[in-house]
Design a protein around this ligand. Structure first.
Ligand SMILES: [Zn+2]
Length: 439
């Protein structure tokens, strides 16, 4: 069952309202392990038996709304974001309770609704078929495997052979990264052909206008390279063609971009020189709730003030009480020294060049060249320090130069360097794989 909601907010507060409950295709998850124990995400949904109030199902996720409310726009105007809760179709009446996490990691109830699967709010009719599902690889029944669905956006009918090639290329790359590589047998991967009229997606700041099936677009929250869809309904209607636990949308475009929100959605543009990196990095956000470990870049959020402990498993505000302390070798100084000033100087130089290129309308390949140069400089610097490759607490993470710490000098959540996920991110991913791949 999919419970469709509207999540509205602005200067006057926040309201979540029920839209409808509909069939969401075959249930992809376990039928015995129904409670979410990952402690990830900004939101937590509990399904309680109406008579006994016993929790029969729970799941965590992060919302686009909770990202938007950190933007400057949210202080001025109200906006509505469609959102949905995917739960097993209940046998009897249930109470669905949605909670959100506060700054101190305490959950508070935000919304609740009583859903009667036989009542007028529930529509069990299967949704009309859209698109065509095909299997990339399959290792077992959906209930005991992690089901990943790849969707395409901005692929015209003539581009479908390219979509198939892009899916194979990017999925192959994902499974060269640990821990996906050694846990490949726990996954099923399927893809959905969903052609649109014309190649490409909406890029408002480039004056490229499209109406595509999933409404994926560049320029989310004013950030030129932030690519997502606001249209959760369209995304869920399409995705329900296949059993899926997680998904990623391939964006048929040569402009650098992507986005990833925990247990909600992820995107990656496929024709840039860094498509493989973006695909894996954004999947890290979506799959394991990993935070960006980078900082000082022009991301879309307003930051500042005191730093509470983030819920994300790979960033901390407290180097003295590390949540990954068991992975730190004895004798590692905390905070861990690294070449912070030279790195920041190098980054500032690259960002100034990048702004110039973007302002002058340079082709995407010029940006790729710049990022390639940055990658060379970054990997050299970050791999040649006394604590390179070790787990510690390196200051500078999650858009903050000070007060937040990342677990390793380098990681795919920090730079575009080769080398993959740091040990803390690997473990976080492994935990989600464990959670979803048990029968
Ligand atoms: Zn990491």
């Amino acid at each position: 069952m999919r419970v469709d909601l509207f999540h509205t907010g602005g200067p006057k507060g926040e309201v979540v309202a029920l839209d409808r409950a509909v069939d969401d295709g075959p249930w992809p998850g376990s039928r015995t392990r129904l409670l979410d124990e990952t402690n990830l995400g900004s939101h937590f949904v509990e399904v309680r038996d109406f008579r006994t109030n016993r929790v029969v199902f729970s799941r965590s996720y992060s919302s686009l709304f909770s990202e938007w409310e950190q933007t400057e726009e949210a202080r001025r105007v109200a906006r509505t974001f469609p959102e949905s809760l995917r739960i097993p179709w209940p046998r009897e009446k249930v109470r669905v309770v949605l909670e959100r996490r506060d700054k101190n990691n305490v959950f508070h109830e935000l919304f609740q609704a009583v859903i009667d699967p036989a009542g007028p709010e529930s529509n069990p009719a299967p949704r009309p078929p859209v698109g065509k599902v095909w299997t990339v690889f399959e290792n077992g029944p959906a209930a005991s495997k992690l089901d990943l669905l790849i969707l395409g956006e901005g692929y015209a009918e003539k581009d479908l052979p390219k979509f198939h090639a892009d899916v194979k290329r990017l999925v192959d790359i994902l499974f060269t990264y640990e821990p996906f590589r050694s846990r490949r047998a726990d996954f099923n991967v399927r893809a959905l052909d969903l052609p649109c009229a014309e190649s490409g997606v909406l890029r408002p700041d480039s004056k490229i206008f499209r109406r595509t099936p999933l409404s994926v677009q560049y320029g989310i929250f004013g950030s030129e390279r932030y690519v997502l869809t606001h249209d959760d309904r369209a995304l869920r209607e399409a995705a329900s063609a296949a059993p899926y636990d997680f998904l990623e949308i391939l964006v048929n475009d040569a402009r650098y971009g992507g986005g990833g929100i925990y247990n909600f959605q992820a995107t990656a543009s496929v024709d840039t020189g860094f498509a493989e990196y973006v695909f894996v990095h954004e999947f890290g956000h979506h799959f394991a709730g990993l935070a960006d470990e980078y900082y000082g870049s022009d991301v879309a959020y307003a930051t500042g003030g005191a730093k509470p402990e983030p819920w994300e498993p790979n960033v901390t505000a407290d180097p003295a009480a590390l949540k990954w302390a068991d992975l730190v070798e004895k004798g590692t100084p905390l905070p861990t020294p690294w070449e912070k000033e030279p790195f920041e100087k190098q980054t500032r130089g690259i960002q100034a060049e990048r702004r110039k290129l973007v302002a002058s309308g340079a082709p995407p390949s010029a940006l790729d060249d710049l990022f390639r140069r940055q990658m060379g400089l970054d990997s050299k610097l970050l791999s040649s320090m006394p604590w390179s490759g070790k787990v510690g607490a390196f200051e500078g993470a999650a858009y903050e130069a000070k007060g937040l710490y990342r677990p390793s000098a380098d990681c795919i959540m920090f730079t575009r360097d080769p080398g993959g996920f740091c040990p803390v991110c690997r473990r976080a991913i492994g935990r989600v794989i464990d959670e979803y791949s048990r029968p």
